[in-house]
Design a protein around this ligand. Structure first.
Ligand code: WT7
Length: 655
């Protein structure tokens, strides 16, 4: 079967950077020239410029045993020193690193000097608990400054952190602790979410108590932050209060250098089998690309910008763009604990106004939920300081892109749509905001030093104006170094498909337009085949969201006797639309709308108007479950859904 994907939508809007923005922009087009002239020398230069190396490297890349890369192999550095001490030594200790805003309204600002002090003490505590180079520490915390301090303290010791998202259950926590063989867990009594204290410690207790047959318990200590003050059960000899030991610990801690390839963290991501898939990242290359992309893609001016990435620390975005990138660059950032809607739908915008946020990095799913609530909520706040917007996680459809720019960006802020993955570690495809003329909906161009192609099933480039499979054709500094404990699975999952070419296959479909710009089309597993045409979910969803009534849409292919597969759409309507209209006849109207916008081939066979869509905790739509509904099957495993009740509601609405 051909892997080419048909192209349906055309987008003609263009937004060039304003001359004022371009004049002050951190990144210029010279970066592309330098990377094109000598890719490895370019990364070497960037790394030396952005980081402090205790022992300078003499080699940039060792690619002698692909796909196992070694970047800057003979260099040594300390990741935490790069994120903390050096800013203090350079006289920036008084700069705020974190403006923390708790959901109940408590707030505190932590300077670089204060964060460095905290991390040094915490590193001493962890050393006392037996943590050393290569040991694994599981972190299960809410979005509080201690979470960032914990990652850095582990990194400072050359140990390996494994952050588990606070919304995951005891079962998920247990399988991740066991897979990594963690020695210490850092957690909290609880965190605040939707106005309530939500417990974390009981999940840790449970994860550590129900041991499976023959499973060796590796955890020796549990360090507990007091956040909510709720009651906790205590196991003497194992559990330690953070506030009992960290302030009392010695303030001095000298950061030791570690090899560039020393493992930095494991982050578990979903795989096709039930076994957790621990993506492994290492130190020097990862920090280089995290810092490079954070500085250049977000146009960071560390003296004046207030940066806010809304991702949770439990996802890769919270690692690269809340922790390592911003801190390596000496940025001032906002850290918000709670949900966007608490105590009311405008909370995020209150936070942005309060701290004078200048750079906002978030996910399309959040943008669409704000679109659903209406622009008045945003417009009531003063967001005039915002000068750059970023998007990540899914394709941002052009309507959401335009709304984001107009309503949040005051019609002037450039948008950078950043494509990357847990596995890539850092941004791979994005506009550079002072250089690129942006197009709503397109992630656009590979970053300088990153080699991307769109290919057919034989690995041949499809050229411009064609769709296919997205691949990375050359190793990159922040690439995953493996799957924890399973090198074979690493090779099979990412490198087998184009083994002869040595390409990394990302799992995504993409298209290059006539200018060569890249449009992400969704996971290839989700591509539909209608009467022999391969259609992407992303484009039909974009068309549905472009209708005045629609806030969100998910499209799947359901088996169909005549066309092989048929397009089935699930849509959520805007609140503003429902105030003055009914949904009668809308399904038919939306079918016709897609038919007119894209063409009859894309017209959905069925359109279901629903109240919710099934999403993972990181906000990705689980199309597999919608396919079950569309094909009238029993709905499959819903365990990874953020809200497991959603599927029964949708099934009832559809029937
Ligand atoms: C998958 C990776 C990268 C951090 C958050 C998600 C999709 C990501 C975009 C984008 C279109 C995107 C891809 C990718 N994705 N960014 N800008 N446009 N799709 O990390 O959970 O590892 O997911 O998210 O499908 O493969 P992740």
């Amino acid at each position: 079967m051909s892997q080419s994907i048909d192209h349906l939508l055309t987008e003609n809007r263009r937004f060039a950077p304003s001359p004022e923005f371009a004049a002050k922009a951190v990144a210029g087009s010279d970066l592309y020239d330098a990377a094109r002239a000598d890719r490895l020398a370019f990364w070497g230069d960037q790394s030396r410029e952005l980081l402090h190396w205790h022992t300078p490297f003499t080699e940039v890349l060792d690619w002698s045993t692909p796909p196992f890369a070694k970047w800057f192999p003979d260099g040594e550095l300390n990741v935490a020193y790069n994120c903390l001490d050096r800013h203090v030594e350079e006289g920036n200790g008084d700069r705020v690193a974190i403006h923390f805003e708790g959901e109940p309204g408590d707030s505190r600002s932590v300077t670089y000097a204060e964060l460095t002090d905290e991390v040094k003490r915490l590193a001493n505590v962890l050393t006392d608990l037996g943590v050393g180079q290569g040991d694994r520490v599981a972190i299960y915390l809410p979005m509080i400054p201690e979470a960032i301090a914990s990652l850095l303290a582990v990194a400072r010791l050359g140990a390996i952190h494994s952050v588990v998202f606070g919304g995951f259950s005891a079962d998920s926590l247990r399988s991740r602790i066991d897979d990594a063989g963690a020695k210490v867990v850092i957690t909290a009594d609880g965190g605040y979410r939707k106005g309530r204290a939500s417990a974390l410690k009981p999940a840790v207790d449970q994860a550590l108590s129900d041991r499976g047959e023959g499973v060796q318990a590796t955890v020796e200590s549990v360090l507990v932050v007091r956040r909510t003050g709720q009651d906790v059960e205590w196991q003497d000899g194992r559990d330690v209060w953070y506030h009992d030991v960290v302030p009392q610990a010695a303030a001095e801690h000298e950061a030791q250098p570690f090899p560039a390839e020393n493992p930095l963290f494991i982050l578990y991501t979903s795989g096709t089998t039930g076994k957790p898939k621990g993506i492994l990242h290492t130190s020097g290359g990862y920090l280089t690309q995290a810092a490079f992309t954070h500085r250049n893609v977000f146009d960071l001016h560390p003296e004046t910008d207030v940066y806010w990435c809304t991702a949770d620390i439990g996802w890769i975005t919270g690692h690269s763009y809340v922790t390592y990138g911003p801190l390596a660059n000496g940025a001032t950032q906002v850290l918000y604990e709670g949900t966007p809607e608490f105590p009311e739908p405008g909370r995020w915008w209150d936070v942005a106004e309060k701290y004078g946020v200048t750079i906002l990095y978030t996910a399309p799913t959040a943008v669409r939920s704000f679109m659903k609530q209406g622009r008045e909520i945003v417009q009531k706040r003063d967001l005039s300081k915002i000068r750059l917007l970023g998007s990540v996680g899914e394709p941002i459809n052009p309507e959401a892109w335009m709304w984001f720019r107009e309503v949040v960006g005051g019609d002037v802020a450039p948008i950078v749509d950043t494509w990357w993955q847990t596995e890539t570690g850092a941004i791979m495809i994005s506009a550079l905001p002072g250089v690129t003329e942006t197009k709503p909906g397109s992630a656009q161009v590979p970053l300088p030093g990153v080699a991307i192609d769109v290919v057919d099933e034989k690995g041949e480039s499809v050229g411009n104006d064609a769709g296919g499979l997205l691949v990375v054709t050359e190793p990159w500094p922040s690439m995953l170094r493996g799957i924890w404990g399973d090198p074979e699975r690493f090779v099979d999952t990412y490198w087998k498909m184009f083994a002869d070419k040595g390409y990394y296959f990302a799992g995504d479909g993409a298209r290059r337009d006539e200018d060569g710009d890249i449009w992400l089309l969704g996971r290839v597993d989700d591509v539909m085949n209608v009467s022999g045409h391969r259609l992407s979910t992303a484009e039909i969803e974009s068309s549905l969201v472009a209708h005045a009534a629609t806030a969100e849409a998910a499209v799947v292919g359901a088996s169909d006797e005549t066309t092989g597969q048929a397009v089935v759409a699930f849509v959520i309507l805007k609140e503003s639309f429902l105030k003055s209209n009914t949904a009668d006849g809308l399904a038919t109207e939306l079918r016709q709308w897609v038919g007119q916008q894209i063409g009859p081939i894309a017209r959905p066979r069925d359109v279901y108007i629903v109240g919710e869509l099934p999403k993972t905790r990181s906000g990705k739509i689980m199309r597999r479950l919608l396919r079950d509904v569309a094909e009238g099957r029993e709905v499959g495993d819903t365990q990874t859904l953020a809200d497991t009740a959603v599927m029964s509601v949708i099934t009832a609405q559809v029937r």
